[in-house]
Design a protein. Structure first.
Length: 74
């Protein structure tokens, strides 16, 4: 039997969004918060999360945030 094609969870373009955010993080220019008014991004995890949320805002294919993580935000 042939293998069933796997569906992508994330679009390729959302990966590019994360890549560019990681580049900013490594350069030291990544900022957190609305319009970069917050402090410097201090971890890789934070940079990835920012990249994914930017992709989400642009309407790219990214899974919804888990209920666990949404509760922690409040």
């Amino acid at each position: 039997m042939a293998k069933k094609a796997k569906k992508r969870k994330y679009s390729k373009s959302s990966g590019k969004e994360v890549e560019s955010e990681m580049r900013r993080y490594k350069k030291g220019t990544a900022k957190s918060g609305r319009s970069g008014k917050g402090g410097k991004v201090k971890s890789k995890k934070q940079a990835i999360a920012i990249g994914l949320s930017k992709a989400r805002k642009k309407g790219k294919k990214v899974p919804k945030k888990s209920a666990k993580k949404q509760g922690a935000k409040r």
